[in-house]
Design a protein around this ligand. Structure first.
Ligand SMILES: Cc1cc2nc3c(=O)[nH]c(=O)nc-3n(C[C@H](O)[C@H](O)[C@H](O)COP(=O)(O)OP(=O)(O)OC[C@H]3O[C@@H](n4cnc5c(N)ncnc54)[C@H](O)[C@@H]3O)c2cc1C
Length: 374
């Protein structure tokens, strides 16, 4: 029976990034149930790197990931991982509170917010109906991410240091035997000193497999879809536009537009499918603020954003047993935080000090501890 130092369960961004940082120091096996890595949440995101998004802890993790994204290690990816996009919140006078909140969060992270008048907004995104929005705030530090390049870069790096990446391998049984975990997947039986639970929406189920109490992590479905701008309209320079009540957003996506209802619909862990009604409501809300009809939904999809009760990720050892590491509940931020979060997890697992560049943001080692959720 093959033996590993660490078995990572899940071939999404969370599992791939941890494996990348662990592989130079440990014998790593990464298990992915699906035939392809990134099949679930990781392959279904809006691909936005937004320093102004999420809790303070998320902003710290995002800020700490920024350097990796702009200057990845040599050979990590052929092209840039980030390209300029911008994130713009739009609102009415009745929604000034949202603007103030956004401004105070921007001040806390030191990212400048550019205020646009209604005329400047129209000049920037000419399809927006006049007279609807009274203000707009643009964060130019938001970028588009090449999610596939990031995922493949992590996995290539992990493999390059000897990690074994096994797809089509579902973890089926996990049992503590002495100092090791004994595990069985679709076609493998193996032992590992440490198990990393990076299984996204299935994280509580994987814990149950190891007779560990759940943390109460909730997968939430979010639907997205592509539609075409009016013929001849070049949308490439538009930022992502989100309304102050977060009732919809849309952004350029490879020559088309990507829209979403920005909903959070609690779901079982599953292969999430788009809900026709959510698509229709999002189309309606977006049509109310743009000057062209959405003729056709080109493609719709859905993914699960898994949250803990305080909406911050969980990354730390389970206190009730030995060698079980939680790395999940990364909500809607799992790509933009991947490098710092994966590196942090690897240092905890290896018993090393947390990365200095992360601690410099004000992040504290206990911030993501699983015990805070029990
Ligand atoms: C519509 C939408 C928009 C989003 N937009 C953004 C964005 O703009 N920016 C951003 O940073 N994030 C965004 N996110 C969030 C981001 O996609 C997630 O935070 C991230 O992908 C989570 O990664 P993960 O590895 O934890 O989960 P996943 O990618 O779901 O990976 C978990 C993996 O574990 C595997 N697994 C489960 N059980 C087992 C088992 N028993 N054995 C083996 N393998 C198993 C699954 O098959 C799965 O592949 C968005 C998400 C959605 C749905």
């Amino acid at each position: 029976m093959e033996e590993f130092d660490v078995c990572v369960i899940g071939g999404g961004m969370a599992g791939a990034s941890v494996a990348y940082y662990l592989a130079p120091h440990a014998r790593v096996l990464l298990l992915e149930r699906e035939a392809h890595v990134g099949y679930h949440s990781t392959g279904r995101s809006a691909a936005l790197f937004s320093p102004q998004y999420g809790s303070l802890t998320i902003r710290r993790l995002t800020a700490a990931t920024s350097h990796f994204m702009t200057s990845p290690p040599a050979g990590f990816a052929a092209d840039a991982l980030l390209t300029p996009r911008g994130f713009m919140m739009v609102g009415t006078d009745a929604q000034r509170e949202a603007l103030e909140k956004l401004q105070s969060l921007a001040d806390a992270t030191g990212s400048p917010l550019i205020r646009l008048s209604a005329d400047e907004l129209r000049a920037r995104v000419p399809v927006l109906r006049p007279g609807i929005f009274d203000w707009a705030a643009l964060d130019n530090s938001a970028m588009d991410m090449d999610v596939n390049a990031i995922l493949q870069g992590f996995l290539r790096g992990a493999r390059g240091h000897g990690a074994k990446v096994a797809t089509g391998e579902e973890l089926l049984a996990l049992e503590r035997q002495g100092a090791l975990w004994r595990a069985r997947s679709t076609s493998l039986e193996f032992k590992a000193t440490i198990v990393v639970n990076a299984s996204g929406a299935w994280a509580d189920e994987i814990a149950a497999c190891a007779a560990i109490a759940p943390l109460g992590l909730t997968p939430n479905r979010r639907t997205a879809f592509n539609f075409d701008p009016p013929a001849g309209t070049n949308v490439a320079s538009w930022p992502m536009i989100i309304d102050a009540a977060e009732r919809f957003y849309f952004k350029p996506d490879a020559g088309r537009l990507l829209g979403s209802l920005a909903e959070e619909e609690p779901s079982a862990a599953c292969d999430a499918q788009p809900d026709d009604l959510d698509v229709a409501v999002a189309v309606d809300r977006i049509e109310q603020v743009i000057e062209f009809p959405i003729q056709r939904v080109v493609r719709a999809w859905a993914g699960l954003r898994t949250f803990s009760s305080d909406r911050d990720p969980v990354s730390g050892f389970e206190p009730t047993t030995t060698g079980f590491y939680w790395h999940a509940a990364i909500g809607g931020y799992g790509i933009q935080t991947a490098a710092a979060l994966g590196h942090f997890a690897a240092t905890r697992i290896l018993g090393q000090p947390a990365p200095g560049y992360l601690m410099d943001t004000g992040f504290a080692e206990g911030d993501l501890d699983p015990s805070r959720l029990r």
